[in-house]
Write a protein that binds this ligand. Structure first.
Ligand code: CMC
Length: 371
């Protein structure tokens, strides 16, 4: 039996302070540096939100222009990085490619161990800028297609879509994609961010922290849920099957991916914005069937359990309708969350304490080695 002093899964435990984001489950709010995330999703570009997360303030026009220029100048992946990506097995998960690429960027950087805020800001911007190129190269090689170089005339979201598909889709689709990035960018001490902070607390480097965070995000209880949602929706296939599928799953006591949350118990604050963005994408891509399945699952789940969807529920079908392979959904989450992770790495170093909890031993009592 587990003693009552043990906070399994660290549930309900406050481990440190942060000035980056605030989640208030009672009022369903999430703010980044004080700004409600749904307002940022409507009014800002992803680049402005990255700047906000890192610096604490939204940029003025001059600041954003300089920031965007630096981001666009850092998008190219050099030949050795592209060579590394293309050497990895084509049937490995794209999250393995992303994890390996970040680790490689660290190995390549002579300043890897400079943990000063200036150095870490520069590294964070470089990772944010080059990662979409890596993901797009990987996507295209899996389809037997040549890479498309980044385009310095396009914004972050548009450029990624262009590098994947060879064209920029209509503005409503780009906007929905960009909103998803803004909503995914940061979420306080979630599992992957906490992982990054644990690694940083040993005074390891920012690439190691991000590599570890990617490993944590991959799991289906965290970022991997957006992929699982779409696999489930495809298995359901038709709105007619949705209610039965869900009730069968619940009767087997299985978790339904894309529902529930450790912190929000009455709905994820990011869902209404992303649900509208998904519906807008569905309108333009003949996606009515997925909207119907979405609604039936949401209603049936709520009626049967009182549990509401989390952000991965609308992003799954939205990314599918945008044309992404399902295995790319979690790498896209990385593209966004890398801003939050790196903001937390820098914050952790401002007042670091080694993160090293205790455990209660429940193995065999002490015994003697007999030779
Ligand atoms: N489907 C069915 N039952 C659920 C679900 C679900 N998705 N989520 C929670 N429950 C039930 C659970 O079975 C338990 O019931 P009981 O008390 O009868 O055993 C109760 O609700 C509490 O659940 P829990 O798993 O103990 O709560 P938690 O805080 O550890 O879980 C969670 C949080 C996200 C791990 C869980 O809700 C889950 O596994 N959801 C599915 C995976 C998912 O969608 N993850 C994405 C999370 S949010 C965005 C992100 O990080 O990417």
């Amino acid at each position: 039996a587990v003693s009552p002093a043990i906070a399994k899964g660290l549930a309900g435990v406050v481990v440190d302070t942060t000035a980056i984001s605030k989640v208030v489950p009672e009022t369903n709010t999430l703010t980044y540096r004080g700004y409600p995330v749904q307002d940022l999703a409507v009014h800002c570009s992803f680049e402005q939100v990255a700047y906000l997360l890192w610096s604490g303030e939204l940029p003025n026009p001059d600041e954003v222009a300089r920031f965007v220029e630096r981001e666009r100048a850092a998008r190219r992946a050099d030949r050795s990085l592209i060579g590394l990506v293309t050497k990895l097995p084509e049937n490995c998960h794209p999250m393995d490619v992303v994890r390996t690429a970040i680790s490689y960027l660290g190995a390549e950087d002579p300043e890897e161990d400079d943990n000063s805020p200036t150095a870490d800001h520069a590294k964070a911007l470089r990772m944010m800028a080059v990662l979409p190129t890596v993901i797009a190269v990987d996507h295209r090689r899996r389809h037997g297609l040549d890479p498309i170089p980044p385009c310095p005339d396009l914004g972050f979201a548009e450029n990624f879509l262009h590098m994947c598909f060879g064209e920029v889709p209509e503005p409503e689709i780009v906007r929905a994609f960009e909103m998803s990035l803004i909503l995914y960018a940061e979420h306080s001490f979630n599992a992957s961010t906490f992982t990054a902070r644990v690694v940083t607390s040993t005074l390891s480097d920012i690439y190691s922290a991000v590599t570890a965070a990617i490993g944590a995000l991959k799991g289906p209880l965290h970022g991997g849920a957006n992929e699982a949602v779409m696999h489930d929706m495809l298995a359901i296939g038709d709105p007619e099957n949705a209610e039965r599928w869900l009730r069968d799953k619940l009767s087997r006591k299985e978790k339904v991916m894309g529902f529930g949350h450790r912190v929000y118990k009455d709905g994820d604050s990011r869902v209404p914005t992303m649900r509208d963005a998904f519906f807008a994408v569905a309108d333009r891509t003949d996606g009515e069937k997925w909207v119907q399945i979405y609604r039936i699952l949401e209603d049936t789940m709520y009626e049967a359990t009182g549990i509401k969807p989390n952000l991965d529920f609308p992003t799954g079908p939205a990314y599918y309708l945008m044309g992404f392979d399902i295995e790319m959904f979690t790498p896209i989450f990385v593209m966004a969350r890398i801003t939050g992770w790196t903001a937390h790495v820098i914050e952790q170093l401002e007042s670091n304490a080694l993160i090293r909890p205790l455990s209660e031993y429940n193995g065999v009592p002490q015994r003697t080695v007999r030779s």
